[in-house]
Write a protein of this length. Structure first.
Ligand SMILES: CC1=C(/C=C/C(C)=C/C=C/C(C)=C/C=O)C(C)(C)CCC1
Length: 295
């Protein structure tokens, strides 16, 4: 079964969970899943870096960890001092990252620029839909991070523009890329299911469903393939073993963090700022990995 078939089946399970678990429960489960999968699917960046980047091939692990932590720290400082620019970049980078993960196996032929625009717009569509259905909450979190009051009233127009670009480029890929043609109906169905899920679920739960089922699990699959050459039980276990301690430390961190900040307005703002700091380097590492595996 293709990895996205698991995603679609599990997405229906989450729809069913919506009516069985109260919102607060789904909120906590969503946070736990975002952090767990966020950490697990980013934990092996340090293993991928030397394989994807020739100049880092023979560097000792401790040096790589040092470089990685320095980059994360720089982004965290950037987020602290220039939150408005940082959040815009964070959303734009993440949109490309989500789109690239989703489409890189489907659009393999043709020129780079239309592919880049298509992947970027697809990611923007995903974020745009989540943000549109949960506008007030998203405005509150962004305002808490940036301290600048914002409104997302422009989202409908933006989504319309993105939709037009995606349809136009969709026609182009339909004519030029065989795999795209055979995938199109399935992908439109996925998008419809996702739109319903985003509409009926709370913000954190909706985001966690996309992030875990549609981004992290396919990403884990690609990473295991890249590092070990094949996805099987023993390689999955090897990968998870490597990520395990990072995960334990992060979950302990999350629990402490939740207990300390749960009653403050800025809990979600702090959480997303942390996610952003670890996301920036991850986006570059995975982009390099895809380039390397397609060359
Ligand atoms: C959902 C959401 C936000 C954006 C989150 C993003 C952009 C997450 C990206 C994560 C990635 C790409 C992780 C690594 O793989 C905001 C703007 C903070 C506002 C509140 C809701």
């Amino acid at each position: 079964m293709k990895i996205y078939h698991y995603s679609i089946v599990l997405s229906f399970v989450t729809l069913w969970l919506n009516s069985y678990i109260p919102s607060q429960g789904l909120y906590l489960l969503g946070l736990f899943l975002i952090l767990s999968f966020g950490i697990i699917h980013g934990a092996n960046d340090i293993v991928i870096i030397p394989n994807a980047h020739k100049s880092l091939k023979n560097k000792p692990l401790i040096k790589l960890i040092g470089i990685y932590l320095t980059v994360v720290l720089c982004f965290a400082l950037f987020f602290t001092f220039f939150p408005s620019i940082a959040i815009i970049l964070f959303i734009l980078f993440s949109a490309y990252h989500f789109g690239e993960q989703h489409w890189h196996n489907i659009i393999q032929e043709g020129s780079k620029i239309p592919k880049f625009i298509f992947e970027f717009c697809y990611g923007c569509l995903i974020f745009g839909l989540i943000f549109m259905f949960h506008q007030t909450e998203v405005e509150k979190i962004i305002t808490d991070i940036t301290k600048v009051p914002i409104t997302l009233d422009f989202l409908q127009y933006l989504l319309l523009g993105i939709g037009i670009i995606l349809i136009a480029l969709g026609f182009y890929f339909f004519k030029t890329t065989t795999h795209f043609k055979t995938q199109l109906a399935e992908q439109i169905l996925y998008l419809l299911v996702l739109t319903i899920i985003f509409r009926v679920s709370d913000l954190i739960w909706a985001f966690s469903i996309y992030f875990v089922l549609w981004h992290s699990i396919p990403s884990l699959n690609d990473q295991i393939h890249f590092i070990y050459g094949e996805v099987n039980k023993s390689n999955i276990l090897k990968y998870l073993k490597k990520a395990f301690w990072y995960w334990v430390i992060s979950i302990i961190g999350l629990v402490v963090f939740y207990l300390l900040f749960k009653d403050t307005r800025i809990f979600e703002a702090l959480l997303f700022s942390f996610l952003a700091a670890i996301t920036f380097p991850h986006v570059f590492v995975i982009n390099k990995m895809f380039k390397q595996s397609s060359s």
